[in-house]
Design a binder for this molecule. Structure first.
Ligand SMILES: *[C@@H]1O[C@H](CO)[C@@H](O)[C@H](O)[C@H]1NC(C)=O
Ligand SMILES: *[C@@H]1O[C@H](CO)[C@@H](O)[C@H](O)[C@H]1NC(C)=O
Length: 347
């Protein structure tokens, strides 16, 4: 007992010494979008109830969940604000963004053709916004202070699911150009130049996010049900996610060798999320196969709205909030695990 408390104190002291992570900077898709899509012309939005009903003030911010998404928790674990604001949100300005900013856009991917599908922000444009942010930060804090923040910040990136589910397996174009293995390699080349570009712009501590078991998203189970698969997970999609994660992990190893002074980590939600989906009751959930919102079978975005009478009353008993996105509770469990096992090494 005494030893446990001693370890707990040492653990907390290590974590509280985290003044060397001054900001969390986020790139990616709906897994991490804090509301940038509210400000653009797209049908992919979630800034209305019941989205956000468990967020601070019950506010529907444009996060695709009932509450917080992983960067919000991770920012808090680094000793920063308990949420990361969206860059395009007019309620925030550069002094807010000095400790954290999110450039992510729901529906985007590594591939330009993916962001075209629902007219969301392509990855290259997220990087353009980041460059604009750097300029504003230097004007606001002075070059030296701004550069210190930019190089000591933790960069969280999370995307790729849409490249496969919204693009490759839905539209004919990429499938006619690449087999699945070639398409993965194509995405990896984009991920590589993206990370190198961030490094060139001054980023040093970077987390590359892995794919979830995307064949177990309720929407994919429903699609499988309609084609006679009995509502089971789509094993082919899960295999693609695992293979792609292996390639991302290899990329991370390679880049650490190439980019001197960098610390790049692979944050892989797959194994834990897979355990949660296979045995939800061990984590306090009652359902993993259907989502909380509406019928839980296919609704997300505008289909998941406050006029639907079927939405569950306690999202904490569900692994998924809508047919494509985890509940806040799932996001919390995953974030805590990734912080303890991977991200805290960036302190
Ligand atoms: C940012 O907004 C706050 C109030 O919300 C204001 O006090 C502050 O001066 C603003 N900072 C800049 C740099 O505009
Ligand atoms: C994506 O589009 C941007 C802007 O047109 C372009 O600069 C970039 O090269 C494209 N990326 C790829 C991988 O084709």
């Amino acid at each position: 007992m005494g030893l446990f408390i001693l370890f707990a104190i040492i653990f907390m002291q290590i974590y509280n010494a985290g003044a060397n992570v001054p900001a969390v900077i986020v790139f990616g898709d709906s897994s991490v979008d804090a509301g940038n899509n509210n400000q653009i012309q797209t049908v992919l939005k979630s800034n209305f109830r019941p989205y956000g009903r468990d967020f601070f003030g019950g506010k529907a911010t444009g996060r695709f969940s009932n509450g917080r998404v992983p960067p919000d928790f991770i920012s808090e674990y680094f000793g920063l604000r308990p949420y990361v604001p969206a860059y395009l949100d007019p309620a925030y300005n550069i002094s807010d963004f000095a400790t954290g900013v999110c450039f992510a856009s729901a529906g985007t991917g590594y591939d330009n053709a993916t962001s075209d599908v629902l007219s969301v922000i392509p990855l290259w444009k997220e990087v353009e916004y980041y460059k604009e942010y750097q300029k504003k930060l230097r004007e606001h804090l002075g070059v030296e202070k701004a550069n210190t923040i930019l190089s000591e910040a933790v960069y969280l990136t999370s995307m790729g699911t849409n490249d496969f589910l919204e693009n490759y397996y839905t539209l004919p174009n990429r499938r006619s150009q690449y087999n699945i293995n070639q398409y993965q390699d194509y995405l990896i080349t984009i991920a590589e130049s993206f990370i190198k570009e961030l490094y060139g712009l001054g980023a040093r501590k970077i987390s590359l996010g892995g794919l979830p078991p995307m064949g177990c998203l309720p929407l994919e189970r429903t699609t499988g049900f309609m084609t006679g698969n009995g509502g089971m997970c789509n094993d082919d999609y899960n295999k693609v996610a695992m293979t792609f994660n292996g390639k991302l992990s290899g990329l991370v190893k390679r880049l650490n060798g190439e980019l001197s002074g960098s610390k790049i980590v692979f944050s892989n939600p797959y194994p834990l999320l897979d355990q949660i989906v296979q045995k939800p009751s061990s984590f306090g959930f009652e359902s993993a196969s259907v989502a909380c919102c509406s019928t839980g079978l296919f609704e997300m975005g505008y289909m998941c709205n406050q006029y639907n009478p079927f939405t569950c009353s306690n999202a904490n008993t569900y692994v998924f909030w809508d047919s494509f996105h985890p509940t806040e509770k799932t996001n919390h469990i995953i974030s805590q695990h990734l912080f303890k096992t991977v991200l805290s090494t960036l302190l």
